[in-house]
Each structure stands twice: as structure tokens, then as C-alpha cells.
Write a protein of this length. Structure first.
Length: 336
């Protein structure tokens, strides 16, 4: 009896094996049964909302489609390793799509794509047009950072200072050429005498060092800090809470993290973008080769006002001024 059960089990296993072999053969003949998507995180997920939203959006699309397997690979903080990791992923010939996000990815993927032109890529938060295997979507971060700067300045004004800060994980073209200048412009739209103290952490994880940098900024007269430092943001918030400054959060709604300390949230809807573009890919409709840029008008950049923590942390007069700016941007009366 036992023997027969065992035999039955082996038969079942053998059948499963042959089914999966058949599935493999079917795939090669171009009849996909299940699909494979890799999400490559250039860094670690923990502390970096932009990466968490990426993985969540891809998974949501895969679950809805069914028969799609999603593997999330954390590439770690050594940026020199990323191209080799992406190359190995492409060389496996396993993934129908590799998804990733940050402005440095398009250049890395160009090199990988030259060796593995059949590998398809979906890249968010970056821009590259003209490679028929690569689709990119970049956010209008001029809008996002301008909203952050306006909010930081309004709140700093109420604290009696015309100095605001920005703590960034590292310097990169989108930071130096778009985010920092637009943050400064937003502040100077409140009062042209505003100055921005820019500090670079040198990594995306060191909350202790971020707290030290922030404490020094606050002691020198900075009233509000924009935090764009991944896991380091925790240190910015801790320092602001201890020394009575405000923090503007970037990418996600941060108000609940430290009610009263977070005075603004200038966000990106990256989960939505990852979900929609993965869905398009699975439907065979992702416009590979294209580079799109989306902002507040398209519904991918926003400032969160309808949060009770925002209403409690920020005066009504500041909220009204901020609301007026958001309305102008939405209506296209102010173009950035
Ligand atoms: N943002 C994060 O939140 N966490 C990260 O680990 C991270 N790593 C980055 C690495 C590079 C090379 C570059 C260019 C950007 C990185 N960013 C990171 C910033 C991210 O792309 C984006 O600018 C910010 O999230 C603000 O929207």
C-alpha cells in the first residue's frame, strides 16, 4: 500500500516535471505560459520609498495578470557592481522584462543592451530614447522640487528665518541640475532673499551622519530641511524633531512618520507608474524605444494636502498659499 502511494507520488512528480519541460519548450516556440519579471533595486529597498513603490507596482500588475513571476533583486549600495549584476540578469535569458529605477540606470542599461539586445527593460526615474529594447519614464522633478521649496520657505518664514536646507544622498545630474535649482526657485518665489544650504551625505543609508549634518544646519539658522537621502532621511527627521526644525518629505507622504515635524510631502506616484507600465508590457503594448516625461498635469507629481497631520502641523495661512501654488501648477498657469 505504502509502496503504491510512493509510486503514485513519483508518477505525479514525473508528470509535473514533464509539464514544466513542455512549458519550457513551448516558451521557446514563442508560446509563453508563464512570464518572468526581474525588479532590480539599485541600492536597498528599506528606507527608500521610491524603490518600495517600484516593487509594489510591478507586483500588483503581475498579480492582476496571473502567471507572472516577479523576482526582486537588491543590487546593494556599491554602484560599481550594478552593471555586472544587470549583465548577469540579462545573460540568464530568463526574464521577459527587467524593471529598475534611478537616473543612472539608462546609461548602464545601454551597455548591457549592446550585448543582450533581446532583453527588454522598463526604467523609471530616468530618461533615454531610441533603444528599441528600453522604455523610460522620468518625472517632472522641477515641479516636485519647486513645490517642496515653496513649502519649505513658507514654513521657514513663520519660524523667522530665510534659510532652508537640502540633505541629499549624493550628487547626480538630476539633483544638481533640476532638484536643487527648482527647490531654490520655489523658495525664492516666496521671498527672493531665501538661501539654500545644500549638504551631501555621500551614501543613501547613514542616518547618524545625516542627523549630524542636519543638526549643524539647524544650529546655523536653517528652519526647514528637504530630505532626499534614502535611509539617511530618518536622521534628518530625528535632528529636526530634537532641535525644533521642520522637514519636507520627498517622493511619498511622510506626515505620519513624525507628526508635527514633517511640514510638507512633495510626491511621485511611482507605484502607479510601475503598475501601469508593467501592465502595458504584459499586454504587449509598452512603447519600447520611447522616453516619456510626466508631471503634475499627468497625475504623477503632487503635493499632499488632504492629510490631517499636514493640517495640524502647518498654519492655515501657509496651507492656503501652498494650495494656490498647486492650483496654478495643475491649471498650467505656472509651467516649470
Ligand atoms: N534615492 C533613494 O531614495 N534611495 C537610494 O538608494 C537612491 N540611490 C540613488 C543612486 C543613484 C546613482 C542616483 C543617481 C540616485 C539615487 N537615488 C536614490 C535618488 C532617486 O533616484 C531620486 O532622485 C530621489 O528618490 C528623489 O526623487
Amino acid at each position: 500500500m505504502k509502496q503504491r502511494m510512493k509510486h503514485g507520488l513519483f508518477t505525479a512528480l514525473a508528470m509535473m516535471l514533464s509539464v514544466s519541460l513542455w512549458a519550457g519548450a513551448g516558451r521557446e516556440r514563442g508560446a509563453p505560459l508563464g512570464r518572468e519579471i526581474a525588479v532590480f533595486i539599485p541600492g536597498l529597498m528599506a528606507g527608500s520609498a521610491i524603490y518600495e513603490m517600484l516593487a509594489q507596482g510591478v507586483k500588483r500588475a503581475a498579480q492582476e495578470a496571473g502567471a507572472v513571476n516577479v523576482t526582486v533583486i537588491e543590487g546593494g549600495y556599491n554602484q560599481a557592481d550594478w552593471e555586472a549584476s544587470l549583465t548577469s540578469l540579462a545573460a540568464m535569458h530568463k526574464y521577459d522584462l527587467i524593471v529598475s529605477s534611478n537616473p543612472s540606470l539608462p546609461a548602464l542599461v545601454q551597455a548591457v543592451s549592446a550585448r543582450f539586445p533581446q532583453q527588454k527593460f522598463l526604467l523609471l526615474d530616468g530618461e533615454y530614447a531610441g533603444n528599441p529594447s528600453v522604455y523610460t519614464l522620468r518625472y517632472n522633478q522641477r515641479e516636485q522640487a519647486y513645490l517642496a521649496g515653496y513649502c519649505a520657505a513658507l514654513n521657514a518664514q513663520e519660524r523667522g528665518t530665510r534659510r532652508i536646507g537640502l540633505v541629499a544622498g549624493q550628487e547626480y545630474p538630476a539633483m544638481n541640475d533640476i532638484i536643487l535649482p527648482a527647490y531654490t526657485d520655489g523658495a525664492r518665489a516666496v521671498d527672493p532673499d531665501f538661501t539654500v544650504d545644500f549638504r551631501v551625505l555621500g551614501n543613501w543609508f547613514d542616518a547618524g551622519k545625516a542627523a549630524d549634518l542636519s543638526t549643524a544646519l539647524i544650529r546655523s539658522g536653517v528652519g526647514v530641511i528637504l530630505a532626499i537621502a534614502g535611509g539617511g532621511n530618518e536622521g534628518v527627521v530625528a535632528a529636526a524633531a530634537e532641535h525644533g526644525a521642520g522637514v519636507v518629505w520627498f517622493d511619498t507622504n511622510g506626515y505620519a512618520l513624525r507628526p508635527g515635524v514633517i511640514v510638507g510631502s512633495a510626491v511621485l506616484y511611482q507605484e502607479k507608474a510601475a503598475y501601469e507600465k508593467t501592465k502595458l508590457f504584459l499586454a504587449g503594448e509598452l512603447p519600447l524605444g520611447k522616453a516619456e516625461v510626466v508631471g503634475i498635469a499627468e497625475g504623477y507629481v503632487d503635493f499632499i494636502e488632504d492629510d490631517p497631520h499636514y493640517q495640524a502641523a502647518v498654519s492655515e495661512s501657509v496651507r492656503q498659499k501652498q494650495a494656490a501654488l498647486i492650483a496654478r501648477l495643475r491649471a498650467g498657469a505656472l509651467k516649470l
